[in-house]
Design a protein around this ligand. Structure first.
Ligand code: GCB
Length: 867
């Protein structure tokens, strides 16, 4: 669609008694009406933000399209704009872009998470349409970080594209696509503070020019605090640097998470006649930060325990092409939780979000995506250095940005690598350290007022290579209670590190288990994906960190569930360690964080782990309540039950439920909250006719099937008048299969199996039923090793595949003979096997799996009454 720039060149306004002349520097966002093609022949119209992987990164076929994508768009540029300089700015394109204007190459850029700008003036045709073409490539490239990471590398132009027209004198855009100025605070204290601005001014005219930069500092209420005007002589066709110190601000209001007081600096570049050529503005936040190996993190001279989240930028149904309004809402949700810190992992996020952090008072750790491993090539090193320069310069001025990083778990690849020889591994340690050192030195030099930081994983390699001694603060990504044994090992590890490296400042930069809101467990345990286990782990971690003054803080992994294509979890392709879901609906853990982090107003929340509660052989149910108060009163169906006390924000109580809706209410000082539980009580299946019964075979977890509107309840060993596996009918072993099951969205039902258990009984009352059994073959035909999945698969050839064969009987009726999943179905295929059964003579239902070869296996049972 042709586009035209407003061609009014300058305009004089009468403001009170003063004339102000403005020359129109313009930035137009050109996001709509692009044409996109994946083969350069068939085109579709798309808007930016756009990615081509928003669907295929979540389907049943493994992998997602990594390759080329083509974009084009026409813009009209009037001949009245000939005197102006035109730039095209791309705020992020993943991960390589080559830009053409009217068929000529304008430039190219490597790296998917930072902005880049090209001066397109010499390629423009005036008074006609100009064709912009962009070739994007998200193929794996050994020379571009990230090489390998636990998130999806969606391809596309996914942040704003801008067409910028400026007079010949303007704040430079070509210093690594920064804003052309850098704010420093040479002194800042409660008594006084100064702002120093280093600016870069382009003069692209053939003549020297005299200009003036007018600085105005406003307070948060909009009143002028001070002004300054700086006369400058600009050399022709060059980039001119200036450094200006603004007048001292006495008793400045300091910026902090509790009081994010922002001043605003306006800068206007004027020609000798007072016409404004260009203008810029920046948040100013007076604050100073430091870390102390013994006492943790300090802001404005006071200790603060940093507690917050990591964030990835993608979102359900959008991939990484997420509207900014939704992204900004994330920052509100994070603040609402009570977080005082965000780690923007593992790459720079949209700059507008850093503005939000300034405004809301959230301390930021920002980093570039050098994750898991590096390539020992000149090109990889150069791309990394360039990326960190772009990152530092584009994100320099935000008062919220306090920590700057450049690597995450850089020895993860090495730790898991089975192919490299010992010599190669030694060499890898050395060149990885070398790149880290270069990036650390660069960051200290270019961002001297920031705290440098690096995130490590649980491995001695970081200490042994001394890479952990490079940055001013180290973040440990610690998964005790998930990938590694026990939650309480966290404290042991932290104490050990502190004792061995007493001069190192540290924080816990990642922690958390996967949790699926459809999964609930009364006895939660590691790997079960229950929200109850998520509470156990997070509360355990927060308590251990709070007990240790030397730990600067912690950032939970992750704020929200996010896309990681290769993962096979209860929701495949998604890493479910979020405190909120992929669509940002809160998990219960989010409310627990609110109750421990938000102390200013009374808060109470009755957790609701599943929409319905099935109570087998009992009417008692344990409820969990979160509050920032010490105690509260518990009511069920308006009857006072008892007083409850909160410890670390949690109170638990066992209450009796009636069949049907039960309202649990808790009142605390100045707060109350209630939740309805729909209870189904099963005490005797023979006497209580049931319409539907779903059993999650092979596990202690209950799973809510949103489509059926039914919960697959946890499994048990058989007892009379109820249901369960008959323990002496085999070894009856429970197993977890860590892969994406195709043909279903109820992966969790299939992923937990009961092996070698040949009889299952359900003591149904007489009547007609449809019985559906759920199966999946747990052995893969071709196993590949996936780093982040929960069990360690070994390579296996087709010949080794375990072919189990069994007959299936429902009471006396054989419903399948020689059932052989490996032979008859595709790998990882979710199978539903259904039959009608008439139950008479009080015989109940007996499911028999009669082994012919190998061990029998079953994943789930669904029984539906037929009228
Ligand atoms: C980590 C990584 C992060 C992963 C996370 C996990 O340590 O830094 O990228 O997503 O673990 O969930 O395994």
């Amino acid at each position: 669609m042709p586009h035209s720039i407003n061609n009014i060149k300058s305009l004089c306004l009468f403001l009170g008694v003063v004339f102000t002349c403005l020359s129109f520097s313009q930035s137009i966002t050109i996001n709509s009406g692009w044409h996109y093609s994946e083969n350069n022949t068939e085109w579709q119209t798309v808007n930016i933000p756009h990615t081509w992987n928003q669907l295929d990164a979540f389907d049943d076929t493994s992998g997602y399209r990594r390759g080329l994508g083509y974009y084009k768009k026409q813009i009209f540029i009037s001949s009245t704009e000939k005197e102006e300089v035109h730039y095209l700015k791309f705020n992020a394109v993943n991960q390589e872009a080559t830009v053409f204007l009217n068929g000529k190459k304008v430039g190219s850029h490597r790296g998917g998470y930072t902005a880049f700008v090209f001066n397109i003036s010499e390629y423009i045709k005036y008074n006609t349409v100009n064709l912009i073409e962009v070739t994007v490539d998200n193929s794996h490239n050994e020379d571009i970080p990230p090489l390998d990471a636990d998130f999806t590398f969606y391809g596309g132009i996914y942040r704003d594209v801008e067409l910028i027209a400026l007079p010949k004198q303007h704040f430079s855009l070509d210093d690594f696509a920064s804003d052309g100025f850098y704010i420093n605070y040479p002194q800042v204290s409660e008594e006084n503070a100064t702002v120093e601005v280093t600016g870069l001014l382009n003069n692209l005219s053939k003549k020297k020019e005299k200009v003036v930069v007018q600085f105005t500092l406003f307070d948060a209420e909009g009143s002028i605090v001070n002004t300054h005007s700086e006369k400058l002589k600009l050399k022709s066709q060059s980039n001119n640097k200036f450094v200006v110190t603004l007048p001292v601000v006495n008793t400045p209001k300091l910026w902090s998470p509790d009081n994010p007081y922002l001043y605003k600096l306006q800068m206007s570049l004027q020609d000798s006649e007072g016409v404004t050529l260009d203008s810029k503005s920046s948040n100013i936040g007076f604050r100073w930060a430091s870390v102390d190996p013994k006492k943790g993190f300090f802001l404005n001279g006071k200790p603060i325990k940093l507690i917050g989240v990591n964030r990835h930028q993608d979102y359900e149904n959008y991939g990484n092409a997420v509207p900014l309004s939704l992204q900004k809402e994330d920052i509100n949700i994070i603040k609402e939780m009570g977080s005082n810190v965000i780690r923007f992992a593992h790459y720079p996020h949209a700059r507008e979000l850093y503005d939000k952090c300034d405004e809301l008072g959230i301390i930021v750790w920002t980093e570039i995506p050098i994750v898991n491993k590096v390539t020992n090539s000149e090109s990889f090193f150069a791309t990394s250095i360039n990326m960190q320069k772009e990152h530092i310069k584009q994100y320099y001025n935000y008062p919220s940005v306090i920590m700057m990083g450049y690597m995450n778990e850089i020895f993860l690849g090495l730790a898991f690598d089975k192919k490299e020889s010992e010599e190669e591994k030694e060499a890898r340690k050395i060149f990885t350290y070398d790149l880290a050192k270069q990036l650390e030195d660069l960051t200290r030099k270019e961002a001297p007022n920031h705290i440098t930081v690096m995130a490590l994983h649980f491995n001695e390699l970081y200490n042994e290579t001394k890479i952990a001694d490079l940055s001013m603060l180290v973040g440990w990504n610690l998964y005790f209670g998930w990938y590694h044994e026990k939650i309480k090992d966290l404290g042991v590890f932290l104490d050990d590190q502190h004792q061995r490296f007493p001069n190192r400042s540290l924080l816990v930069s990642e922690y958390g288990p996967g949790a699926d809101v459809r999964v609930s467990a009364t006895h939660p345990s590691r790997y079960d994906y229950s929200q109850e286990y998520q509470l156990l782990l997070h509360s355990g971690y927060v308590n251990q960190v709070k007990e240790r003054e030397f730990v600067s803080g912690m950032t939970a992994w992750n704020f929200a569930d996010f896309g990681s294509e290769f993962r096979g979890e209860t929701k495949p392709h998604i890493n479910q360690k979020g405190l909120v879901q992929y669509n940002r609906e809160p998990k219960e853990i989010y409310h627990w964080y609110q109750s421990v982090l938000k102390t200013e107003t009374p808060y109470v929340h009755v957790a609701n782990y599943l929409k319905d509660v099935t109570l087998v052989d009992t009417d008692a149910h344990e409820i969990v309540v979160f509050s920032n108060q010490e105690k509260g009163q518990l009511y069920v169906n308006d009857n006072y039950i008892k007083d409850i006390n909160f410890e670390s924000g949690i109170a638990k109580a066992t209450v009796s439920f009636n069949d049907g809706i039960n309202t649990v209410k808790v009142e605390t000082k100045n707060a109350a909250h209630s939740t309805d539980f729909n209870a189904k009580i099963i005490k005797n299946l023979k006497s209580n006719t049931i319409d539907k019964l779903a059993i999650n075979v092979g596990t202690h977890i209950s799973f809510r099937d949103e489509v059926l509107g039914t919960t697959f309840i946890s499994d048990r060993s058989y007892s009379q008048n109820l249901f369960g596996y008959v323990t002496d009918s085999g070894k009856c072993k429970r197993k977890l299969i860590p892969f994406n099951v195709s043909n279903t969205i109820n992966d969790a039902v299939y992923q937990t199996v009961l092996l070698d258990c040949n009889t299952y009984k359900v003591d149904l009352a007489d009547g007609s039923y449809k019985v559906t059994l759920y199966f999946v073959e747990p052995e893969l035909k071709n196993k590949t090793k996936v780093l982040f999945n929960l069990t360690t698969d070994t390579d296996n050839s087709e010949a080794d595949v375990m072919h189990r064969i069994f007959d299936i009987k429902l009471n006396d009726k054989k419903t399948a003979s020689q059932f052989n999943m490996a032979k008859d179905y595709a790998d990882k295929y979710g199978i539903e096997h259904s039959a009608k059964v008439n139950i008479t003579n009080n015989e109940g239902l007996t499911i028999s799996l009669n082994p012919i070869k190998g061990e029998t296996v079953m994943s789930g049972i669904l029984i539906e009454k037929i009228d």
